[in-house]
Design a protein around this ligand. Structure first.
Ligand code: PBG
Length: 326
């Protein structure tokens, strides 16, 4: 590329394609699925138009739809019927996520099934761990998280994704999995999860908003960047195989720093519910082009160094790319 005329290589579509550095394909894209045990909760999520909560009975049809859309990986979030202070249903081997994995395994064997490992949808107070005296009870919570990961592993999950951001969770989950013979099951750790305001629609979707207080005591302060390196190093040290950074666009600088620091470690970006909702809402008003803006955001995550991207748009990417070609 010439220093005085870089534009020479941009003059035709074929030329631009030839020198393009980053490509977005279905590999590495992960579609989240909200699975509800209570059929009455199935259906549209008002703050996330285009995303639905799926009941177990609808799972086969949903899997067929996603497979036809070219999706190769999914991330399961369970919404149990029963919530209690100890999040008991989280580690139930007959729980909603375990049931779903067993059904999917048979029908869609080549799909990569990842599961969310966090207690917020399973506790009656909506916090990510069990509480004692108003604060997170770490010992009890880590034990429950490890048991939850084991339940998913027994059901046949390919990857577990601990998202609670509780100190020591990766070590506890790794030890729990190893003890039950799941040494080869990788962990995708939400190593850097900011206490972001972009998670609002997700909490509607997963019925997991905290009944009081917030998550600032364990999720990271969005003002901090160097601290993210400490968090990521800690998770790697505890046995994380993949590091996840969340939210997506607002934290791409951090994702890039992790990528440069550990070039061989796969890094995932999570384009979260609020980012999704903002794009969809602006497009509904006719203010932006949804397809172009969504694809550009996903491409930006790739360019920053994400090999994996979790996105509620994953099931539309292949069709959109076909359309952009035509
Ligand atoms: C916690 C979890 C959350 C998200 C993923 N896992 C919510 C939270 O931390 O409050 C948010 C994802 C999104 O906003 O799309 N289990």
């Amino acid at each position: 590329m010439s220093l005085d005329r870089p534009g020479r290589l941009r003059r035709s579509a074929a030329m631009r394609a030839m020198v393009r550095e980053t490509r977005l394909d279905m590999r590495g894209l992960v579609q989240p699925i909200f699975l509800v045990e209570d059929d009455a909760l199935a259906g549209a999520i008002p703050s996330m138009p285009g995303v639905e909560r799926i009941a177990i009975g609808q799972l086969e049809r949903e899997a067929e739809r996603l497979r036809a859309a070219g999706v190769e990986a999914i991330l399961l979030f369970g919404v149990p019927r029963v919530k209690d202070a100890a999040a008991r249903s989280a580690s139930d081997e007959a729980g909603v996520v375990s049931q779903a994995i067993r059904r999917l395994r048979e029908r869609w064997p080549e799909c990569l099934i990842a599961t969310d490992v966090c207690l917020c949808a399973y506790t009656d107070h909506g916090h990510c761990g069990m509480l004692r005296g108003g604060a997170i009870d770490f010992d009890a919570s880590l034990e429950r998280l490890a048991a939850m990961a084991v339940a998913h592993a027994q059901a046949g999950a390919d990857l577990v994704a601990p998202s609670a951001m509780l100190d020591g969770a990766i070590r506890a989950i790794r030890a729990g999995l190893d003890a039950k013979g799941h040494r080869e099951l990788p962990i995708m750790a939400y190593a850097v999860k900011y206490a972001s305001s972009f998670y609002g629609p997700f909490r509607d979707a997963a019925c997991s908003a905290p009944a009081f207080g917030d998550r600032r005591s364990h999720q990271m302060d969005p003002a901090n960047g160097d601290e993210a390196i400490v968090e990521a190093a800690a998770d790697l040290g505890e046995g994380a195989d993949i590091l996840l950074v969340k939210p997506g666009l607002p934290a791409l600088d951090i994702l890039r720093r992790l990528h440069e620091r550990w070039p061989g470690v796969p890094i995932a970006s999570y384009q979260v519910s609020g980012e999704y909702a903002a794009l969809v809402a602006a497009a509904e008003r006719g203010w932006i082009d949804l397809r172009r803006c969504a694809l550009e955001s996903l491409l930006a995550a790739r360019r920053a160094g994400a090999s994996i991207i979790v996105s509620y748009f994953a099931d539309r990417v292949r069709d959109w790319q076909e359309e952009s070609k035509g």
